[in-house]
Structures are given as C-alpha cells and as structure tokens.
Design a protein around this ligand. Structure first.
Ligand SMILES: O=P(O)(O)OP(=O)(O)OP(=O)(O)OC[C@H]1O[C@@H](n2cnc3c(O)ncnc32)[C@H](O)[C@@H]1O
Ligand SMILES: [Mg+2]
Length: 205
C-alpha cells in the first residue's frame, strides 16, 4: 500500500483525516510518528503554507507528504484571522484563547454582518522538491455566533454557525462535518486529482 506522511500536528485535523481517508487504499501516517516538528509557516497564503509544510515533512521523512493549511476568514475583520488563525491570540494561543479574542473583536458587530468562511488548502508532494505538487482549495460559508456552543470538532467550530444544518459546527456529527466542511470538500477535490495522477504517474509514488 502507498505510504504518505500527513504533515500536521493538529489532533483535531488528524482525527478528521483518519475518517476522510479511511476508504482510500493508502497508509496515511501522522508526522509525529517520524518525530517531525512543525514547520515555520512563513507563507502569505493557505496554499503557500500548505506547500511549506508538505515539503518539510517529505524532506524529513523521505516519503510523499500531504499538508493542510486552513483557517477562518471573517468578513467584518477584512479576512482576519485568515492564515494566522492558529496564532490569532498569540504564538502559544489555545483554541479557547482564539475564540475569546474573536468574540471580543466582534462584540459590536450585528448578526447581519457576522459572515465568515473557513478555508482549506491541501498540498501533496511526491518528494520534497516535487515541481508539480497536487494542490486544491475549498471554502465553507457560515456565521460567527455570539457565544461558543457544542462539544465536537476543534478550533473555531463552537463559534461557526452552519445555516444548512441550523447548528454550530461543534454540534455536527463528525461524518456530517466531514461531508460539508472546507476540509471534506478539499479532500473530495484531492481525490479526483489523485486518481488522475495515479493513473498516469503510478511509478512516481
Ligand atoms: O499546521 P498544522 O500542524 O496542521 O496545525 P495548525 O493547528 O497550526 O493548523 P493551521 O496552521 O492550518 O491553522 C489552522 C487553524 O484554523 C482553525 N481551523 C482550521 N480548520 C478548522 C476546522 O475544521 N474547525 C475549526 N477550526 C479550524 C484552527 O484554529 C486551526 O488551528
Ligand atoms: Mg499550523
């Protein structure tokens, strides 16, 4: 079976990916199993950071690598926290710290102006210097609540209201979130690219 390294240290993402890839004929191994430390995310976009993380994990493991860079872009904050979502309240911020900061920033923002999008970029490299990486992006539209709700998910999920389901993302069953989320949609797009690439380039992996 093909082995790929999953270039993430985020436990919430890793849980979602293990379900999203459960039906794939590949062995997806978290970078922690290779003692790979987090890469420095110096890019200016989700795509650039996903590539940085994937190349870093591939270089240190010698295996193909897949990375996810994601975050929340809030309309009323001109797209913040965006690529800085994990470090919104500081470099050692917890999810709780980031959520509290977001609520404070939006304290005076009326419901009609609280729209936001989760973004996800996935980058896959066959080797650290792969000149033709597979890259996909996806978005998930929602609205920022006035208080945290729900116990599921991670990150900003307790504050992200999902209109189609009538609940916060943290209240969704895992399989429902995986079907409709930015990450779930990105994995679906990645599946199509992967199948196309494997058909023509199986020897590269
Ligand atoms: O870089 P890795 O190691 O993958 O882990 P990370 O937590 O630092 O991940 P990012 O740099 O991609 O930052 C994404 C942040 O955006 C938030 N986020 C991304 N996807 C999310 C989701 O599905 N639900 C809630 N919050 C999410 C969450 O706070 C993440 O910490
Ligand atoms: Mg990160």
């Amino acid at each position: 079976m093909n082995k790929i390294v999953l270039a993430s240290g985020n436990a919430g993402k890793l849980q979602e990916f293990s379900q999203l890839f459960s039906s794939w004929q590949i062995d997806v191994i978290p970078q922690s199993q290779f003692a790979i430390a987090d890469a420095e995310e110096t890019g200016l976009s989700f795509i650039e950071n996903a590539l940085i993380k994937a190349r870093h994990a591939s270089r240190l493991s010698g295996l193909p690598a897949l990375a996810d860079d994601s975050g929340l872009a809030v309309d009323a904050l001109q797209g913040a926290p965006g690529i800085y979502s994990a470090r919104y309240a500081g470099s050692h911020a917890t999810d709780g710290d980031n959520n509290r900061k977001l609520l404070a920033e939006l304290a005076d923002t009326p419901d009609a102006s609280r729209g936001a999008s989760f973004h996800c970029a996935l980058a896959f490299v066959r080797r650290h210097d792969d000149p033709v990486p597979l890259v996909v992006t996806a978005q998930w539209r929602g609205r920022i609540l006035r208080e945290a709700v729900g116990e599921g998910g991670f990150g900003y999920d307790p504050l992200f209201y999902v209109e189609s389901e009538g609940v916060a993302s943290a209240q969704l069953a895992r399989e429902v979130k995986n079907r409709i989320s930015h990450r779930g949609q990105a994995v679906e797009s990645f599946r199509a690219l992967w199948q196309e690439a494997m058909g023509s380039e199986a020897a590269l992996v």
